[in-house]
Design a binder for this molecule. Structure first.
Ligand code: ATP
Ligand code: MG
Length: 260
């Protein structure tokens, strides 16, 4: 096991408010984490630190054996495959789907002067195929539906063969079929020993892919509970996270939750 994340007392202050408070968390390379918590809990802020887009105000964040604040973040960013709404918003709408995926090798959005090897093109094609987007390679990104964009973003996040994969609400906006297809692809990825560590933020326990191993529950910038999925994703911990009684069920490795 290799530690890919080691956070110690990570705090992020904005104005008078600590939007992350004293977060200590470790992730191993075999782990597949789901991150749950109410709107504003700090999930995206935490993922921005993981993706080397944001530094803690205090505490130490080690990402892939580099300490934020003491390392070249541009190099580090390419090693973390990140899919988030904020990144998607920066993709030029006229860019082709294939270029959106390929440009991830260089940590940029929008194709400028980079040269691509045939091997890059093959990898982009294979990833688009894996997410059911082969027929869209030549389409302009801006013309895609929400669900199609999400799939392209996950393919893009995997393009640079990342050592850590971070997906911030990858299933948001997907229809039922699209969600299940994405979850099937993520389950396959999670079960593959060659896959990097995976962190996935979601609002719905129904979206936890089978074979995910750990859960991080957050509220008001703090960790409520963190650990192996089976023992940490409990009704009591969900109640502490969401401030209401929750009924949780599990069948065949898939979860469902509702107010109790
Ligand atoms: N630059 C900033 N200045 C002030 N407050 C901020 C800033 N960035 C984020 N916040 C606040 O920090 C809190 C956490 O935001 P974050 O986006 O991390 O939440 P989240 O858990 O991802 O929520 P959601 O589920 O809605 O995506 C929110 O209350 C947000 O308004
Ligand atoms: Mg968020």
């Amino acid at each position: 096991m290799t530690e890919v994340l080691a956070f110690e007392g990570v705090t992020v202050r904005r104005g008078d408010n600590d939007i992350l408070r004293d977060v200590s968390w470790t992730v191993d390379d075999r782990d597949r984490w789901v991150i749950l918590g109410p709107n504003g809990a700090g999930k995206t802020t935490l993922m921005s630190i993981v993706g080397a887009r944001l530094h803690p105000t205090s505490g130490t964040a080690r990402v892939l054996d580099e300490t934020l604040g003491e390392t070249d973040v541009r190099e580090l960013r390419v090693r973390v495959g990140l899919s988030s709404a904020a990144l998607a918003d920066r993709i030029p709408g006229h860019e082709t789907v294939k270029n959106v995926v390929m440009t991830a090798s260089y940590g940029v959005t929008g194709r400028w002067r980079e040269e691509y090897d045939p091997i890059d093109e093959e990898r982009a094609d294979a990833l688009l195929a894996a997410f059911g987007m082969s027929g869209f390679a030549g389409r302009e990104f801006g013309t895609l539906s929400e669900g199609e964009r999400k799939r392209v973003q996950v393919a893009r996040a995997l393009m640079a063969d990342p050592e850590l994969l971070v997906l911030d609400e990858p299933a948001a906006g997907l229809d039922l079929g699209g969600r299940e297809e994405l979850l099937a692809a993520l389950t396959e990825l999670a079960g593959d020993r060659r896959s990097p560590a995976i962190l996935m933020v979601t609002h719905h326990v129904e979206e936890i892919p089978v074979d995910f191993t750990h859960v991080l529950l957050m509220r008001d910038g703090r960790i409520v509970a963190a650990g192996p999925l089976a023992e940490t994703l409990t009704e009591a911990n969900l109640e502490a996270t969401y401030g209401m009684p929750i009924a949780l069920t599990e069948a065949d490795g898939r979860y469902a939750a509702r107010g109790a």
